[in-house]
Design a protein around this ligand. Structure first.
Ligand code: GLU
Length: 519
C-alpha cells in the first residue's frame, strides 16, 4: 500500500448530492491511481445540523457506485474512529496545546456582545465585522481580561469558545494542485473559533487534527473551502506540524445546466433530472429521486461525473473504473466551473447499456419485471434485453418501450394503419399469417424468408405489408427487428395477435372510409 491517503469528509447534514459524489470520486481515483487508500470520514461535529440516515446514505451510495471506501465507519481501519463525534477528547488535547503556546485564546463573549460589536462597527461604516487583531482587545477574552478574571471565569464554568489568534500583516501562500500558487493576507482572516461552547471542535480544528492523525496526503474538496485553507495552514504551523501539511486541490463548482450559479437540490425538480445518486426520503416528507431509480447504471454515472471538471486530454470518453484511475490526474482538472449536462449523462448511460452483457441487463431489470406483474423466464428476459438494448437510454426504457413483449399491446399507432393498410390486401395479410403459422422451426431467419418470399411472389411491396405486421405484433412502429420480435414472442402468441388485430385494422379502415364519405 502506498502512503497516498485521500479522504472524503462529508458532513451528515442531508443526502449527498451529485457534486459530493464527484468529490468522492476524485478522491477515490487519486488514491487508486497511486495504489493508495480511500478513506471516508464523517464530519459530524455540528450537532444542530445532523440529519438521521445521512451517514448510511453516503456509505450505501458509494457502495452502489462501486467506489466503496477502504477505511471508514463501516469498513473500519487502523486510524479510527472515523466519526468526528467519537473523537472529541482527541481534539481537546490539540486545542489545549494551542492555548498553552499562545496561538489560541478563550473568548467569553455572549451572543449579544458579538452582535453589539457588529452593530458598533457597522455604524463606523465597516460592513464585514471581524473578530480579529483590530477588535479582539475590545472583547471579553483571555487576551483582553486580567488573568485573575479569566481564571475565575474558567473556574466558574462560564461558557466559552476558543479562538485562533491570527497575526496580522502576514502573507499565507500554498500551492493548490489545480490552481497553482494561492496567497491570502492574514489581514483578511478572522480569529476563527476552534472549540465551540458545547465543547465540540469546529470543522477547522477537527479537520486538520484528523487529516494529520489519519496521515492524509491529499485534501480534495469543493472550491467553497479554498478560503478556509489559510486558516488550516496557520493551524498546522501553530501546532508545529508544518511538515505534515497535505497537498490541497479545490475542485471547480458544478453549475446549473443553464443560467448562473451552482447546481442545487431544487434544480432536480426544476429541470426534471436527478441530482442525487439514490432516492432520499427527507425528514420533512419530501422524496428526492435518484439516478438509480431513474434507471442509470453506476458505471455510467461514474464515467459521466469523472468528466465533469476533468478530461484525459485525449478523445477517449468511455473508461472503466480502473481506466479512469489510471488516466486521472489533478493537473487535468479545470479551474472553471463544470456545467451539469443531463443529456451527456444519458449518452453515457446508453453507451454502457449497449455494451453490457444481455444476461446482466436481464438481472438488473428483473425486479421491475416482477413488479409489473409479468412472469417470464430468465432466458426470455435475456433475449428481450438483447433486442431492446440498442433503443434504451435508461433501464426504465426496457419495460416502458418493450411492454408488448410481455402482454398483448394496445394499437398505439392507428395513424400508420389508416395510411398503409389497404382493404384489398386483407387476404394477403391473412395468407401471410397462415404461411408463418405453419413454419416448423420458428426462427427469425425462417420467418423473414417466408414473409419476404410471399411479398415478392405477389408483387406487394414491403411498405404495404411490413408496417401492418409490425403494428399487428407490437402495436407500434417503434421496436427492434420485426422478425426477431416475432421469434421471441413465439408462434402461438404472434398468431393470436395478428389474427385479432387484423379484425381491428379493418374496423379502423371502415371508420376512416365512413368519415371520408361524410366529409
Ligand atoms: N465536512 C466538509 C464538507 O462537508 C469537508 C470539507 C473538506 O473536505 O475539508 O464538505
Amino acid at each position: 500500500m502506498s502512503d497516498i491517503r485521500v479522504r472524503f469528509a462529508p458532513s451528515p447534514t442531508g443526502p449527498l448530492n451529485i457534486g459530493g459524489i464527484r468529490t468522492a470520486l476524485y478522491d477515490y481515483l487519486l488514491a487508486k491511481k497511486h495504489g493508495g487508500t480511500f478513506i471516508l470520514r464523517i464530519e459530524d461535529t455540528d450537532q444542530k445540523r445532523f440529519v438521521e440516515g445521512a451517514e448510511d446514505y453516503v456509505i450505501d451510495a458509494l457502495h452502489w457506485l462501486g467506489i466503496a471506501p477502504d477505511e471508514g465507519p463501516r469498513a473500519g481501519g487502523d486510524y479510527g474512529p472515523y466519526r468526528q463525534s467519537e473523537r472529541k477528547s482527541t481534539y481537546g488535547e490539540y486545542v489545549q496545546k494551542l492555548i498553552n503556546s499562545g496561538h489560541a485564546y478563550y473568548a467569553f463573549d455572549s451572543h449579544e456582545e458579538l452582535e453589539g460589536m457588529r452593530t458598533r462597527l457597522e455604524r463606523q461604516g465597516i460592513q464585514r465585522a471581524k473578530y480579529d487583531a483590530s477588535t479582539r482587545m475590545d472583547m471579553r477574552n483571555s487576551l483582553s481580561l486580567p488573568e485573575s478574571e479569566v481564571k475565575e471565569l474558567l473556574d466558574s464554568n462560564a461558557s466559552y469558545t476558543v479562538r485562533l489568534k491570527v497575526t496580522p500583516g502576514e502573507t499565507i501562500s500554498f500551492v493548490d494542485e489545480i490552481r497553482d500558487k494561492v496567497s491570502f493576507s492574514s489581514d483578511e482572516l478572522d480569529d476563527k473559533i476552534l472549540l465551540k461552547t458545547d465543547g465540540m471542535p469546529t470543522y477547522h480544528m477537527a479537520n486538520i487534527v484528523d487529516d494529520y492523525l489519519m496521515k492524509i496526503s491529499h485534501v480534495i474538496r469543493g472550491e467553497e473551502w479554498l478560503s478556509s485553507t489559510p486558516h488550516h495552514i496557520l493551524l498546522y504551523r501553530a501546532l508545529g506540524l508544518e511538515d505534515h501539511i497535505p497537498k490541497f486541490a479545490h475542485l471547480p463548482l458544478l453549475l446549473k445546466p443553464v443560467g448562473k450559479g451552482k447546481l442545487s437540490k431544487r434544480d432536480g425538480a426544476k429541470f426534471g433530472f436527478p441530482v442525487f445518486p439514490m432516492e432520499w426520503n427527507n425528514p420533512d416528507g419530501e422524496v428526492y429521486e435518484g439516478f438509480k431509480e431513474a434507471g442509470f447504471l453506476p458505471e455510467a454515472i461514474i464515467n459521466f461525473l469523472a468528466f465533469l471538471g476533468w478530461n484525459p486530454g485525449t478523445e477517449q470518453e468511455i473508461f472503466t473504473n480502473a481506466g479512469l484511475a489510471e488516466a486521472f490526474s489533478l493537473k487535468q482538472v479545470s479551474k472553471g466551473g463544470a456545467r451539469f449536462d443531463f443529456d451527456k449523462a444519458k449518452w453515457f448511460n446508453q453507451q454502457y447499456i449497449i455494451h453490457m452483457n444481455d444476461a446482466k441487463l436481464a438481472e438488473l431489470i428483473s425486479q421491475d419485471v416482477v413488479d409489473a406483474g409479468y412472469d417470464v423466464s430468465q432466458e426470455y428476459l435475456t433475449k428481450f434485453c438483447g433486442l431492446m438494448k440498442e433503443r434504451a437510454v435508461t433501464l426504465k426504457d426496457f419495460l416502458s418501450a418493450g411492454s408488448f413483449f410481455f402482454q398483448k399491446p394496445e394499437i398505439i399507432d392507428e395513424k400508420t394503419i389508416r395510411k398503409k393498410f389497404k382493404l384489398e390486401n386483407e387476404n394477403h395479410i391473412q395468407s401471410i399469417i397462415e404461411t408463418v403459422f405453419v413454419i416448423e422451426d420458428y426462427t427469425t431467419q425462417n420467418i423473414e424468408t417466408a414473409v419476404k418470399n410471399y411479398i415478392g411472389e405477389n408483387e406487394l411491396g414491403f411498405g404495404a405489408i411490413l408496417p401492418i405486421l409490425r403494428i399487428g405484433v407490437s402495436g407500434t412502429m417503434k421496436g427492434p427487428d420485426l422478425f426477431s420480435t416475432m421469434e421471441l414472442i413465439g408462434k402461438a402468441e404472434v398468431d393470436e395477435r395478428l389474427r385479432s388485430n387484423l379484425v381491428r385494422f379493418k374496423e379502423i379502415k371502415l371508420i376512416q372510409k365512413e368519415n371520408q364519405a361524410d366529409a
